[in-house]
Ligand binder design. Structure first.
Ligand SMILES: Cc1ncc(COP(=O)(O)O)c(C=O)c1O
Length: 398
């Protein structure tokens, strides 16, 4: 529970800070004081938007008024996104079911703002993306975090959904590949979860923001399960366009008008410059750039995991997507939050502790984002190796 002197609305009491942003702020302070910091805390690619997108944006600034667009997004962008789903996952989507949003964050806000009733329970895996539980709280709902483990790829199963479903449960929110673990839900398990949710008359939201960054597996989309699934995605990760604030959702046909009403009132429309420029993200030249970067991320993952294991971290299941390693630090330190603070100050390596992502054994886990080049990643591991023998929160330290 967060306390504040200002008399905020009661629902704000359950909205905790997005801690990784606080860590980043401290990292920036140290940098401003002249320290060298390796940033592995924040989940954003170390690349710019693909060159054709940048080129299109430059032209637009000269040639276009860039006024408001439709609240659902530019029709040609909605069509391009629908076609991208067909190419990426082989699922044909009617562009009328696509809504362009202000990042995946805007998609989640639109969905949860439209679907959550006060007192509704929403099931989600622990660990998961922190804003999910905070946004459910913001709209008066009750996030129910279900503990997961490496054995289930840190994902929910149909059995856990069944076990935790109660009369007040309204839906399930999951991400595949997941943040912070980088692991996917097996397609058969997702199908079973969907069947379970449907049998209970609930809602399934699947966040596929990292689907483009899948390694060595098919990019299966939850859209294949049926028109009743809500899917969230974004230009932030695969297309490396975090600051452009552009994402999308795909929704059941009969939900579109309600979601549109929410967006009309909440944001009017997503940024026009980003929308027009994003059309160039689907050109073959852009997709080739994104694919080369995906291969680079995979190579980083394959370098980083054995290096972390070599200095005492455990990585109990191979992340098959995103750009995160969720490492067990319990053999090294008693508390990952203290460890992250000490490593930032002593080694200049910024990492995110497990307490951002849930309440189930968060002290065991640290998230490493491999969003810097391989030379820097090797430097980071060397710095950690040097710092670890001196940490104060070491296992067994007095
Ligand atoms: C799982 C997940 N969903 C949503 C978001 C929000 O992304 P966006 O930049 O598209 O708002 C993030 C950002 O890290 C994320 O990891």
């Amino acid at each position: 529970m967060t306390t504040s002197l200002y008399p905020f609305a009661r629902r704000m009491a359950h909205v905790e800070p997005f801690r990784v942003m606080d860590i980043q702020q401290r990292a920036f302070e140290l940098e401003a004081a002249g320290r060298s910091i390796i940033h592995m805390e924040i989940g954003q690619p170390d690349f710019a938007a693909p060159a054709p997108v940048l080129e299109r944006a430059r032209q637009l600034l000269d040639d276009d008024r860039l006024g408001y667009t439709d609240s659902l997004g530019l029709p040609q962008l909605r069509t391009a996104i629908a076609q991208f789903h067909a190419v990426q996952s082989g699922v044909v989507v009617d562009p009328a079911r696509v809504m362009v949003t202000t990042g995946a964050s805007g998609a989640l806000m639109t969905l949860l703002g439209s679907l959550v009733n006060p007192g509704d329970e929403w099931l989600m895996p622990d660990p998961c993306y922190p804003c999910n539980r905070h946004m459910v709280s913001l709209f008066g709902g009750l996030p129910r975090l279900i503990p997961t483990s490496a054995q289930s790829q840190f994902q929910l199963s149909a059995a856990t959904v069944r076990e935790h479903w109660r009369p007040r449960t309204r839906g399930v929110l999951l991400a595949s590949p997941s943040n912070p673990t980088g692991t996917r839900i097996a397609p058969d398990e997702l199908r079973a979860v969907h069947a379970e949710v449907r049998a209970n008359g609930g809602v399934l939201i699947v966040d596929e923001i990292y689907l483009g960054l899948t390694y060595g597996a098919r990019r299966d989309s939850a859209l294949a399960l049926g028109e009743d699934v809500f899917v969230v995605s974004s230009f932030s990760k695969y297309f490396a366009m975090t600051g452009w604030r552009l994402g999308w959702l795909v929704a059941p046909p009969d939900a579109m008008r309600g979601l549109e009403r929410f967006a009309q009132n909440a944001t009017i429309c997503p940024p026009a410059l980003a929308q027009h420029a994003a059309l160039a993200a689907f050109e073959p030249a852009s997709l080739a750039i994104c694919e080369a970067r995906r291969e680079e991320f995979q190579a980083r993952r394959d370098d980083l995991i054995p290096a972390l294991q070599g200095i005492g971290f455990k990585v109990p299941t191979l992340p098959d997507g995103a750009f995160y390693v969720y490492a067990d630090c319990s053999a090294l330190a008693t508390d990952s939050a203290r460890l992250a603070r000490e490593l930032l100050e002593a080694a200049g390596v910024a990492l995110t502790p497990g307490d951002d992502f849930g309440v189930h054994e968060p002290q065991r886990w640290l998230r490493f984002a491999y969003t810097c080049d391989r030379t820097l990643l090797r430097q980071a591991v060397a710095r950690l190796k040097e710092a670890l023998p001196h940490i104060k929160c070491a296992v067994g330290a007095a």
